[in-house]
Design a binder for this molecule. Structure first.
Ligand SMILES: [Fe+2]
Length: 374
């Protein structure tokens, strides 16, 4: 059994105001900030800039970060020679920060580093500050970047891609729009649920995943309806981080394989794609992980004694939760049915396909997608 999380985690409401001290503990004096327009407009970047008025900033990260954007930012970073990359935002900004940190110390473009441990020099240290309740990227060794040429979300992995510090402040959720609380929260739920059922799961990842599921099922609807609720904010943020630790050491599965394909082809928000795919993949996986779904069901208070009934109740609960936080339906995403086979093939070639608990090939993906269209 293997379990590894080298990231120093600081978790506290209001913790962002201590950023100067945190940067000092990283022995850094020339940080570079990677963020996005949403975070800037919400004023969260201003808190960071108030401590570092001369900070260089890249704020052009898209909702599905593109390889071209990463390569352009890396050119700037190589000229400026910073000693710390601060990632501030959702998964997109954090994954971008990790990728830019890698290119700061290694030559070429990000496309050359697809896969596991393809770099030669350790990347610059990263201080990850999540501002959504879904990414988990602040505690994982992976960055997901859209390869623009192939319209494919590639994974860049390596033991040095864990952020040095995760500064997690649930108060950053206060300005997050409702639809992003919903979609990123459903992403975190998917992380935990897939980590709990994926083939590389362990007893340790089970503990993190189950606790994450309990917190998220308890709090997502409340957080969506009233983000001024401190307990709901803290529970969602903690659930998201615990889910990140779980899938970072287990894996995700077929839900993410399809969701990342849809994100690469259609630029659909990652959490929305996960939400619409999740119940259909659960129906597919239920024959091999019925007992696991039943265990999750009982953890979140579903009282069914029979495993089949408990697993089906969980799938129903996932659908209801998704509906109650107004996640759009699959039909509203306007996916071209002519691309069905391409989506299935790209999903099959995703890095995490082999981790899905039930063997799944192109034809099985076509079946799942066909049911989604129906
Ligand atoms: Fe995800």
């Amino acid at each position: 059994m293997n379990f590894h999380i080298p990231t120093h985690i600081i978790f506290e409401s209001g913790a962002l105001s201590n950023i100067q001290k945190v940067v000092e503990t990283c022995n850094a004096s020339r940080p570079f900030l990677v963020t996005d327009q949403g975070v800037r407009k919400a004023g969260i970047a201003d808190t960071v800039l108030s401590h570092f008025p001369d900070l260089h900033v890249c704020d052009t990260i898209e909702q599905n970060p593109k390889s071209t954007t990463i390569n352009a930012a890396a050119e700037t970073v190589r000229t400026l020679n910073p000693d710390l990359i601060i990632g501030l935002g959702g998964g997109s900004a954090l994954d971008a920060a990790k990728s830019i940190a890698l290119l700061a110390t290694n030559p070429g473009t990000i496309e050359e580093y697809e896969g596991r441990h393809k770099y030669t020099s350790p990347p610059l240290p990263v201080l990850a500050i999540p501002t959504t309740c879904g990414t988990g990227s602040e505690v994982t060794w992976v960055a997901v970047i859209t390869h623009v040429g192939r319209k494919f979300k590639m994974s860049i992995k390596g033991p040095h891609l864990f952020p040095e510090v995760a500064l997690i402040d649930p108060d950053t959720l206060k300005t997050l729009p409702h639809h992003l609380i919903a979609s990123t929260g459903m992403d975190a739920l998917t992380h935990a649920l897939e980590a709990y059922t994926a083939k590389p799961r362990t007893l340790i990842t089970d503990l993190f995943a189950l606790k994450a599921l309990q917190l998220i099922f308890e709090s997502l609807e409340t957080a969506y309806n009233d983000i001024s609720n401190k307990k709901a904010r803290e529970s969602m943020m903690l659930g998201s981080t615990l889910a990140g630790i779980a899938f970072g050491n287990s894996d995700v599965g077929a839900v993410h394989c399809v969701a990342e394909t849809l994100g690469g082809l259609y630029d659909i928000p990652h959490g929305v794609a996960n939400s619409v795919v999740l119940p259909f993949v659960m129906e597919f996986n239920v024959p091999v992980v019925k007992d696991r779904y039943a265990a999750i069901a009982r953890t979140i208070g579903i009282k069914e004694k029979d495993d089949t009934a408990a697993a089906q109740s969980l799938i129903k609960k996932v659908k209801l939760l998704s509906r109650s936080v107004n996640i759009p339906t699959f039909q509203r995403l306007n996916i071209n049915k002519d691309n069905l086979r391409e989506i299935a093939e790209k999903s099959f070639h995703n890095n995490s396909n082999s981790s899905n608990p039930r063997e799944i090939g192109v034809e099985e993906y076509i079946d799942i997608l066909t049911r989604m269209w129906a």
